[in-house]
Structures are given as C-alpha cells and as structure tokens.
Design a protein around this ligand. Structure first.
Ligand SMILES: [Zn+2]
Length: 129
C-alpha cells in the first residue's frame, strides 16, 4: 500500500480525535495507491471504545462519486490496543480483497486477509513522497 505522509498524519489525527472511541472510514484508491480517505461516523450500537461499524451512507457516496472499484479498503482504530486485527475483526471479513488498516495513537499497520490461512497478513506501507 502506497500512501501520502499527509494521509498517514490524518489517520493518526482522526484516531486522537475519536479517542477513547474507535474511528473508522474508507480507503479510496486504485488498489495499491491511496488517493484519499473518507471518514465515517462509527454507527455501532455496541461499545464504541471496543468496536466499530461503518455508516453505509459513506460507501454509497463513494460509489456515486468514484464507483465501487475505487474502494480499496477500510481503516479503524484501536484506541488503547495494539495495531493488529482482533478476533472480532477477523469475524467481520466479508470482502477478503479489501485492505484493513488499523491505527493506534502512534502506529499504523495494513493487512490483507489470506483466505488460504484464514488469517490476516501484514502488508508493507510505503510512504509516497
Ligand atoms: Zn479492530
């Protein structure tokens, strides 16, 4: 995944702003390079400090603006946790081709779900200058 430094900074800022709750949103791009982030409200009816749910309106907006293929993945934060997918995250993989970006207050990691191993695999983040 290739991403601009300004988008990485933005992800950490969104994580801080939402703290202690989880933030979430869409990652828009061509499959490898991130073009932009689309923040979503966390609409989970559960505990927002431990879970998240994307607002489907944001996805409809993306489809209208850029088409479904521009959806590269999702991001969400683990405000007090580690930047690795939780068991809950694993149970929420419905679209294995999409990237999962997980942030903490000071770390960002990206993952892709491997269907063979039924587990997430970390993928490198390359900063675009
Ligand atoms: Zn999570």
């Amino acid at each position: 995944m290739i991403i601009k430094q300004s988008d990485l900074d933005c992800l950490l800022e969104l994580t801080r702003q939402a703290h202690p709750e989880e933030c979430c949103g869409l990652i828009v791009g061509d499959g490898e390079t991130v073009e932009r982030l689309m923040p979503s409200a966390n609409i989970t009816t559960g505990d927002k400090t431990r879970s998240f749910e994307l607002d489907p309106k944001v996805r409809f907006e993306l489809i209208r603006e850029s088409g479904e293929r521009a959806l590269m993945g999702f991001y969400h934060s683990h405000p007090n946790g580690s930047p690795f997918p939780s068991e809950t995250d694993k149970s929420m993989v419905y679209e294995p081709e999409l990237l999962w970006v997980i942030t903490t207050l000071d770390k960002i990691k990206a993952f892709r779900f491997c269907e063979v191993n039924q587990d997430f695999e970390e993928i490198p983040i390359q900063v675009k200058l």
